[in-house]
Design a protein around this ligand. Structure first.
Ligand SMILES: C[S@@+](CC[C@H](N)C(=O)[O-])C[C@H]1O[C@@H](n2cnc3c(N)ncnc32)[C@H](O)[C@@H]1O
Length: 385
């Protein structure tokens, strides 16, 4: 496909998404209909579509219309690309720019790329960091790897990755984190990945796990384990007994293979109580994902006020249940990939008000300016411990 045809495809897909289709479904549907598109074409089209979703409002303001064409035109202008060469009207390229598109004035100020109802929530949660976070949400997220210290050093992993033409650099945020600077799409086929030397994991999550200062011999439960990213990171940092649970058991299905690759043992449990109590219960609760909206920009436009209310109730319920699984002197960890106070400190103050025997020992909000995703982590212990 020509660069212009890729832009044309992105316009078509964005229109489907704006009409209500989920982004992944629209992208897969297009790929199925477009057998001529190779893997590089699919990746380029996906990048355009995700740029359009991240910058939906600002790009529409710059492009002069809120449809796929206006948004793509705006995305290109915001990136200082030359849309005239791509909107050529030739072959599968978008139609030539109209006079009014060409003359569309630059807006004095770019709108915030968030649904209106969310703006005050985010402004209140982030205070002085609001503007910077809004800007960060417009940009692509870095691809980060976690080096498995049980198998190799950072430098050793970099060497093995280099042999597969994957270039990386260490990140300040976490002692295990590498940022991929070249060859990101080759990671999942690389020797380093296949042999369990590295896993894909955002640097803030890695830093959150490092902050737990885990010691050998602990019995640890990852209560909302999903694919198991957090328990794998914990198991790589100490020797202990590791358990993973998820309300949706099917989400744990990849974990045995990932654990094997990493050279660690993790038992999956449908009933978390079966092996309770635990020295540490980690709750990576379901959340808005606001700290990761650079990676899943469709999610921020779909997220509704009622979703936040429902999530807050679920977050409270999970904390209440998980607390009962912790040994008397043990630690309860609460984490989200969100920057919204209502999902973070507010949940913890609701919890300690209801259960005053617990107190918050430590908490940290990671922001995108530190190099990783937005992420929140807090440690709680019983006052009598
Ligand atoms: C943020 S995700 C976890 C991601 C995972 N820790 C990782 O690093 O890949 C939240 C998980 O909580 C699970 N979940 C939802 N409700 C739950 C509940 N009541 N109890 C336990 N897990 C729950 C979801 O199925 C989902 O997999």
């Amino acid at each position: 496909m020509t660069p212009a045809a890729r832009v044309g495809a992105a316009i078509e897909i964005l229109d489907e998404i704006f009409a209500g289709a989920p982004a992944e479904k629209a992208l897969t549907g297009w790929a199925r209909r477009s057998r001529f598109a190779g893997s590089k074409d699919r990746a380029a089209v996906r990048d355009h579509v995700f740029d359009g979703l991240r910058q939906r409002r600002s790009a529409a303001a710059v492009g002069g219309a809120a449809d796929g064409r206006g948004v793509m035109l705006g995305v290109l202008r915001l990136a200082d690309a030359e849309p005239e060469t791509l909107f050529s009207g030739e072959g599968y390229a978008p139609a030539l720019l109209t006079d009014s598109e060409k003359a569309h004035p630059e807006p004095a100020e770019l709108p915030v790329d968030l649904p209106d109802w969310l703006v005050p929530h985010l402004r209140e949660s982030l205070g002085r960091d609001f503007e910077e976070t809004v800007l960060a949400l417009r940009a692509r997220a870095p691809v980060c790897l976690r080096v498995n210290l049980k198998k190799c050093t950072l430098a050793g992993a970099q060497d093995v990755l280099r042999r597969d033409d994957i270039q990386t650099e260490p990140m300040d945020l976490a002692d295990t984190a590498l940022k991929v600077t070249e060859g990101a799409r080759r990671v999942s086929q690389s020797v380093a990945y296949r042999d369990g030397l590295v896993e894909l994991q955002d640097a803030s999550s890695q830093a959150a796990i490092a902050s737990l200062e885990l010691s050998n011999g602990l019995k640890i439960m990852d209560y909302c384990a999903g694919g198991g990213g957090k328990i794998l990171a914990m198991a790589a940092r100490c020797d202990g007994r590791f358990f993973a649970h998820d309300a949706h058991v099917a989400r744990l299905r990849d974990l045995p293979a990932r654990a094997k690759r990493a050279g660690v043992k993790i038992s999956t449990l449908a009933d978390a109580e079966a092996q309770a109590p635990y020295d540490l219960v980690f709750c990576d609760v379901p959340c808005s994902g606001s700290g990761t909206w650079r990676r899943t920009p469709d999610a921020k436009w779909r997220f509704k006020e009622q979703d936040l209310i429902n999530l807050n109730a679920l977050q409270d319920e999970i904390l209440n249940k998980a607390a009962q699984l912790v040994t008397h002197k043990g630690t309860l960890v609460y984490a989200t990939c969100s920057v919204l106070t209502s999902e973070n400190l507010e949940r913890l103050s609701t919890f300690v008000t209801r259960f005053p025997e617990w107190s918050i020992v430590e908490n940290r909000q990671f922001l995108m300016r530190e190099g990783g995703d937005g992420f929140f982590v807090a440690k709680l212990r019983r006052k009598s411990a």
